[in-house]
Ligand binder design. Sequence first.
Ligand code: SF4
Length: 324
Amino acid sequence: MSFQKAIISWFRKEQRDLPWRHTRDPYAILVSELMLQQTQVATVIPYYHRWLTRFPDFQTLAAAAEHDVLSLWQGLGYYSRARNLHRAAQAVVATHGGRIPADPAAIRALRGVGRYTAGAIASFAFDLPEPIVDANVARVVARLIDLREPIDSAKGQAALWLEAGRLVPKKQPGLFNAALMELGALLCTARNPRCDECPVRVHCLGAAAGTARNLPIKKPRKKRIDLIEHCAWVLQKGSVLLEQQSGPRWKGLWKLPLLNEAPRSQPLHSAEYPFTHHRVLLYVHEVAPPSKPAANQAWHKLGELDSLPLTAPHRRAIEKLSAP
Ligand code: SF4
């Protein structure tokens, strides 16, 4: 049996029932793909349903206020994805009359849409024979071709995309791409690939060479760097002082005000969270209310923060500090 037939027939039997697999709507597929970047499937599912209920199409999303868009994204992290989705919707409405064109180059021109996401929309929504390489596909393909280049190097990426392009069939490319991803998620997993159950084992050079478990190879990791963030806990009449971010990291989101230097007091709360290759050490100190808040600061009632777009680590700190 051909590679393509074998993997598609396995997929038809074994695939997980995921909501975005029931649609060919390019908007819903774009939403799911952006949510799934850096976030687990189980976490994404309720967000995906809520999002499509609140913003069912490009027009509704394009017309929404950024505050509402960020609020609904709250908890998924990496807010630039929400902002990009918002801008992409505005571009689809302004340039394409509210419908994504069945053209990979035009899809890729949208904000936040890289080569993988463009391939996913082109193949899942329009059945165009475009390859996709995400983390699951990269692992599967690297093993299939026994790739000895790091998959996060330019050479490794070029080899993966070339092979994924060679494999994708003209018939049912969307189904094939979904099957390749699912193989990586269910059988060809990072640790302990289940080669004995694999429908494409006879095609797999890594399994034949006994190298599958050691693949893919990655470049050595960058050393993690610690960053220290001192923030203020300022309360007044049941309200907390927050400041809105304008930098690229958390643009538009609210957080506890940053202190320029470490106070001598013991922090009320400390926590750590990851940010790219950094580990941020957050310390929150009790500070007296200022006579006048800064231009980017405002008082917010403690009981009314649910709909406010807050950064996740700062929301956790506020919840802990305001708990009875
Ligand atoms: S045979 Fe093993 S390594 Fe090769 S694709 Fe299948 S699960 Fe992955």
